[in-house]
Design a protein around this ligand. Structure first.
Ligand code: PDD
Length: 281
């Protein structure tokens, strides 16, 4: 495997950044995860738009032009011979002697990229079974719309889920409303067939997969209500599912101890998963 590190392609096993990198010391950086399907980067433009926005929100200089970004992304996919898998991009504020305030303009942002293959069959198998989620109190900061590498609450929540025999944790705000998963957006299907997902304010990440599913639902004549839903409402929903670049559309069959529907993936989630790449770019 090969990774891209600050202008060079290096063996993955030797790909390293400096100990004074601000991503390492302060989580002062942002990232993107893109799906790779048949050698193509899915929704590439949307991911680069969101990366630009994350950088702007944190006043991190854009490390290179859009054209250069696309060239390196494709090169990393090609050099790793990935047909189906995931591409990871991370940009941090760069390497500078430890000091909380921003370094001067002489410090260039750090850019790394890597790609790995992921088995399509495994994803299909997982989707046929569906997954369990737990709920956990929201304890992140109030700008989770910025895709920063500061993911400690997400790490702890997902570990808690794993220890409970679940795959994902849904964060729940102080009013009892689900915000999103540790690395996914959360959805429910009402008894009348409508989809519900939380509005993309500062309280969730505006998922690219989420946006595509909204378009797809419209195409299928399914209405989407962009509003917050409570844990209670989700537990009595007809279906539930999550979306992300890595899981695409993944049915949820259990929330805490409550089985959803008949405990198997629902037809809406299955259909959205099957047709997802019709709507993606
Ligand atoms: N996670 N919410 C959170 C907190 C996320 O980390 C992600 C993505 C999403 C879904 O966004 P998208 O549809 O653009 O992937 C929602 C990536 C895949 C990750 O951290 O691995």
């Amino acid at each position: 495997r090969v990774a891209y590190v600050n202008g060079r392609y290096v063996p993955h096993s030797q790909a390293a950044v400096h100990i004074e990198d601000r991503g390492y010391q302060f989580a002062d950086g942002v990232y993107e995860v893109c799906e790779i399907l048949k050698g193509q980067i899915v929704d590439l433009t949307a991911h680069l738009d969101r990366l630009d926005r994350s950088l702007d929100e944190l006043s991190i200089r854009h490390p290179m032009t859009r054209v250069a970004f696309v060239t390196v992304m494709k090169e990393v996919v090609a050099r790793n011979r990935v047909r189906d898998g995931l591409l990871y991009i991370q940009v941090t504020r760069g390497v500078a002697r430890r000091d909380h305030v921003f370094p001067g303009p002489e410090v260039a942002p750090s850019v790394i990229m890597s790609a790995k293959s992921v088995s399509i069959e495994k994803g299909l198998k997982a989707a046929e079974k569906g997954m369990s989620v737990i709920t956990t109190p929201e304890n992140r900061w109030d700008r989770v719309d910025i895709k920063t590498v500061g993911l400690l609450p997400n790490v702890l929540a997902k570990q808690k889920a794993k220890e409970a025999g679940a795959k994902e944790a849904w964060f729940v705000d102080k009013d009892g409303y689900v915000t999103e998963g540790g690395s996914t957006n959360a959805w429910i299907v009402l008894n009348d067939g409508k989809l519900v997902t939380r509005p993309a304010d500062h309280g969730i990440l505006r998922g690219i997969t989420r946006s595509v599913v909204m378009k797809l639902a419209e195409k299928h004549g399914i209405s989407v209500e962009e509003r917050a839903f409570t844990v209670e409402e989700s537990k009595s929903a007809r279906e539930a599912f999550v979306t992300s670049a890595s899981l695409v559309v993944m049915p949820v069959v259990k929330i805490d101890d409550q089985v959803i529907g008949d405990g198997t993936p629902g037809p809406v989630a299955i259909e959205l998963r099957k047709t997802f790449h019709e709507a993606a770019e």
